[in-house]
Design a protein around this ligand. Sequence first.
Ligand code: DLL
Length: 435
Amino acid sequence: MERYWNEEIECMPREDMKKLQDERLVAQVKHVYENVKYYHDLMDEKGVKPEDIKSTDDLHKLPFLTKADLREAYPYGLLAKPLSECVRIQSTSGTTGKRVVAFYTQHDIDLWENCCARAITAAGGTDEDVCQVCYGYGLFTGGPGLNGGSHKVGCLTLPMSSGNTERQITFMRDLGSTILCCTPSYAAYIGETLHDMGYTTDDIKLKAGIFGAEPWTEEMRHSIEKSLGIKAYDIYGLTETSGPGVSFECSEQTGMHINEDHFIPEIINPDTGEVLPEGEVGELVFTSITKEAFPLLRYRTRDLCVLSRKKCSCGRTLIKMSKPMGRSDDMLIIRGVNVFPSQIETVLIEQGYSPNYLIEVDRMNNTDTLDISIEMNPTQADSAGEDIQMYEKTLASSIKTMLGISPKVHLVNPKSIARSEGKAVRVIDKRKLHD
Ligand code: DLL
């Protein structure tokens, strides 16, 4: 039986949800216009007044906000509440440029944790569960968000943070953890370590995982589900809109339900800004209609995906977004061809390799080069040189079929590629160093 954290909202008829969004949007635009000079100026520049926004049908009239705006307004320029009412900051893990800092009132923390509680409940979580949270804690939103959601649901919460993987497994076994929250790449590493320590899925009690914060493929999902003996659920979010829990997967696992009572999604053409109809791939844009301290209107996430209002068997009426195919700025353009790391991941897991790989892009004699290091399977490790060359050729040809360009594939020793405890780094683009 499907369980809901807030059935009234999660299964609300579309017309009622639209009415709720209309009211909240009108109030939010007024709040932002009156309290955030930066956005007030953007609206004035575009000639839009709060009175022009009468419902969600007018959303397209508002100006976009981008990461560049957040950097320009750093640190306090987009704050919509006095500091005396703010109780927390979180920040992005970005390594380039200024960090993005998001602010929360107690109301904002509550709504965020409730969104995470919806995700945990959709994954089957109840107050009987033991929830092991191995996302990073601190400025990163993963640990604090799922920790808060887990408390709300009433799970016994293990605030492990990431790292020290053998200790994670010891706790998981000793305390009988039933739900695991971490990045998919760390979940894969935990599964690998479990088996390396001589255990099987019979030695643990896990039943579900709530994995997000980075792109991952269906093939990766199946591989994690098998190695940990669980059902793996996707969860999405970004620091700018609060953190994890903007959307979450249900039992149907065909996309993530967006918490539309808090976040209005749009899909736009990333080049022209034009709003695209449902079903078309484009850049996801969010307007947060309930946040007080850091309410972003029409924030461009740079994540590429598709929205769908197809009826869901779980009973939720919340719109669904597809797994993001990656960020528009993560997409590699190699010899003029668009390449997402996830395409390579699909091929290698399909062919029975582990999801441990590293993509290196460089430029030699004005031509882009693509080198992919992939770990051999332990059974291949003792193969003769010619056999390894044959495996490499087979992989290279499948990847060429997928991408349309030829890579150089290097099979490397098992366990020689660094494992990730948080967001995996799968790409090194050396061309940027020459620019
Ligand atoms: O990654 C928040 C989060 C924590 C989400 C834990 C889920 C679980 P940021 O560090 O600000 O916040 O990074 C946000 O990560 O714009 C996407 O590009 C990517 N991302 C997040 N979730 C997913 C997902 C957190 N499920 C950026 N699938 C977003 C693919 C994801 N990409």
